[in-house]
Design a binder for this molecule. Structure first.
Ligand code: ADP
Length: 497
C-alpha cells in the first residue's frame, strides 16, 4: 500500500529496545517490525534508541549527526549517530556511554536490580526525543509525528509541553500499563522539569513523578496494543490507578485512546521459511509439523508418545502471565498423559518451582530457564498446543506465533488474547472461526478444564486440522496494523484536528 503523497509522512519512533539487538519482550519485536512496515508503506521513519553495546557493535559504520551538549537539568551530554537500515528507515542511536554502555539488561543489572539511575537514563532518552521533535532540533530532518513507546520515552511529550517549542504531533503507545516509571519527586530538577509539572494535570502521580502519566497526559493521541486492552485499562481492575485519566482521554474528542492490535514479524515467524525448525511446513503440509515435534522431543529429552499431547509454554515467568497457575496445573496435566516444554525466565521462586517439576517428572516436563530464540521457534512449531493463561495481556505475541504455526493456543480471554483467539465450540467450528481455546476465571481449575477440552479436541484429528488451518489462514503480519497507525498519525496532524 504505497502512499502517493509527494512528501512522505515523517515519524520519529522513540523506543528503549529494538529486536534483535536489545529485547526484553514484545516491545522489542514491535520496535523492529512496525517501523519497517511503516517504511514499506511509504512513510519515512527514524527509530531513536539508546546506543547499548549490542547496537554499537552492530553498527560500527554509523555517522555522528548531532551533539546534545546541554540536554538540561542534570541529564548527561549525549550524541546522536545515524544508520540507514533500508530505504526510508533509519536508526538514531543515542550515545551516552555513562548511561547505556553497561553489562546487563536495558533496565536492570545482571542480578536483576533496576539500574539506580533509570530516571536519568530514560529522562535523557525522552529529552532527546523531545529535542528532535521540537522546532529547535539539531537535525536537518524534522518529524511530523513523535511516536513514544512505554514509560521510558513517555516524558518526551511533557518536555515538549514545558520546555521546548513543539514541532511534531505526539502519540504515546502503552505496551504494558504495569510498568510506569515511577521516581521520587526530588528528581524533578535533575530531570529538567519545572515546578509547574508537579501537578495533577502534569507528571505528578501520588507524590511521585510518573513518566508514563506524563505521556498519557500530554500526548495528542494514545494507543495501546489491542482493542480489548484499550477497554480494560479504562477500568479500575486493570487501570493501575490511571483508569480515570485513560477513560477521560478515551471519551474526549470522540476518542484520543485507541487499541491497535500488534502484528507479528512474518519474515521471522513463518513455519514455511523458519530455519530454526526441523522442516518447513504450511497449512497444506501439516504432516511435516511432526518432524519439529520429534526434534523438540529430542532436544529437550521428552519421552514422546503419539497419544501424549505436547504442551508448549514460552513466557516471562511472572504472575502477569499466570505462570503460577501453570505450575500448579503441571502435575495434573502430566498425570493425564501430557508432556510440557517450558521456556522462560523471571521470578526466582517460580523458576525454582519449574526446575523441581522437571526433576520430579523427567521425560515428561522439560524446562529451560533463560532466553533462547531458536528454542522458542522450535516450541512454537513442535508443540501440539500452546498455553498462555495470562491474568492480563496487552496484546501478546506468542499466541499469534502459535496461531501462525498451527499450534492452537489455550488462553485466558483477556486483552489481545481475547482479540486473537476464538474459542472452539460447535458453533465456531461450524462457521470456520475457531482457532484455539479460552477461559475466563484466573484459576487452575478453569485452566485445567480448558486444557482437558483442548486435549479431547486434539484426539479428533479432522476437527483439529480445521482449528489449525483457521489459525494459519489469517494474515497476522504488520501490513494492516501499519495502515491503522498511518491513519492515526494523519489524524493527529494540525491540519486534521
Ligand atoms: P511480553 O512482551 O509481555 O513478554 P509477548 O508475548 O508480547 O510477551 O512477547 C514475548 C516475546 O518474547 C516473544 O517474541 C517471545 O517469543 C519472546 N520470549 C519470551 N520469553 C522468551 C524466552 N525465554 N526465550 C525466547 N524468547 C522469549
Amino acid at each position: 500500500m504505497a502512499l502517493s503523497d509527494a512528501t512522505p509522512l515523517r515519524i520519529l519512533f522513540a523506543t528503549p529496545e529494538i529486536a534483535p539487538w536489545v529485547k526484553t519482550g514484545g516491545l522489542g519485536d514491535v520496535s523492529a517490525a512496525l517501523p519497517a512496515a511503516l517504511a514499506e508503506a511509504g512513510l519515512e521513519v527514524r527509530v531513536l534508541v539508546p546506543a547499548y553495546p549490542a547496537l554499537l557493535a552492530a553498527f560500527p559504520q554509523r555517522s555522528l549527526v548531532a551533539r546534545l551538549d546541554q540536554p538540561g537539568g542534570q541529564l548527561l551530554p549525549a550524541a546522536i549517530s545515524h544508520v540507514e537500515l533500508r530505504p526510508r528507515l533509519g536508526l538514531l542511536l543515542l550515545e551516552c556511554p555513562a548511561c547505556y554502555e553497561r553489562h546487563g539488561g536495558p533496565y536492570q543489572d545482571r542480578t536483576g536490580l533496576d539500574w539506580a539511575d533509570n530516571a536519568m537514563r530514560f529522562g535523557l532518552l525522552s529529552k532527546a526525543a523531545a529535542l528532535l521533535a521540537s522546532r529547535e532540533t539539531p537535525l536537518d530532518w524534522r518529524p511530523d509525528v513523535l511516536h513514544c513507546n512505554d514509560w521510558q520515552t513517555a516524558l518526551a511529550p511533557a518536555y515538549l509541553r514545558y520546555r521546548h517549542a513543539p514541532g511534531a504531533a505526539t502519540v504515546t503507545t502503552i505496551h504494558n500499563l504495569a510498568f510506569q516509571g515511577l521516581f521520587p519527586a526530588a528528581s524533578r530538577e535533575a530531570l529538567d522539569l519545572p515546578p509547574a509539572a508537579m501537578a495533577l494535570d502534569g507528571v505528578e502521580f501520588y507524590g511521585r513523578i510518573s513518566f508514563l502519566k506524563a505521556g498519557l497526559q500530554h500526548s495528542d493521541r494514545l494507543t495501546t496494543v489491542s482493542p480489548t486492552y484499550a477497554r480494560e485499562i479504562c477500568e479500575p481492575e486493570h487501570g493501575f490507578g490511571l483508569d480515570g485519566l485513560l477513560s477521560y482521554r478515551r471519551d474526549r474528542r470522540g476518542g484520543d485512546l485507541v487499541g491497535i492490535l500488534n502484528g507479528i514479524d512474518t519474515a521471522e515467524w513463518s513455519p514455511a521459511t523458519d530455519r530454526s525448525i526441523a522442516a518447513p511446513y504450511s497449512a497444506r503440509s501439516l504432516a511435516l509439523k511432526q518432524l519439529s515435534r520429534a526434534a523438540l522431543g529430542e532436544r529437550l529429552g521428552l519421552d514422546l508418545d503419539a497419544d501424549a499431547p505436547v504442551l508448549g509454554i514460552i513466557s516471562r515467568i511472572t504472575l502477569q502471565k499466570g505462570v503460577d497457575l501453570l505450575i500448579e496445573a503441571a502435575p495434573t496435566l502430566v498425570a493425564r498423559g501430557a508432556r510440557l516444554a517450558v521456556l522462560g525466565s523471571g521470578d526466582a521462586g517460580m523458576e525454582a518451582a519449574w526446575r523441581d517439576l522437571a526433576a520430579a517428572h523427567r521425560g515428561r516436563i522439560a524446562v529451560r530457564i533463560g532466553f533462547d530464540e531458536s528454542l522458542a521457534h522450535l516450541i512454537e512449531a513442535g508443540a501440539d498446543m500452546f498455553l498462555m493463561p495470562s491474568r492480563f495481556e496487552p496484546c501478546g505475541l506468542n499466541q499469534m506465533y502459535s496461531l501462525a504455526y498451527g499450534t492452537p493456543p489455550v488462553v485466558r480471554a483477556t486483552g489481545g488474547l481475547a482479540d486473537t483467539v476464538v474459542d472452539c465450540t460447535p458453533a465456531t467450528l461450524a462457521n470456520g472461526t475457531a482457532n484455539g481455546f479460552s477461559f475466563v476465571p484466573a484459576t487452575t481449575h478453569a485452566l485445567l478444564a480448558t486444557v482437558e477440552r483442548a486435549i479431547e479436541a486434539w484426539r479428533a484429528p479432522e476437527a483439529w486440522r480445521s482449528l489449525q488451518r483457521n489459525g494459519m489462514a489469517r494474515d497476522w503480519g504488520w501490513d494492516a496494523p501499519a495502515r491503522q497507525y498511518a491513519d492515526l498519525y494523519r489524524s493527529c496532524l494540525p491540519a486534521a484536528r
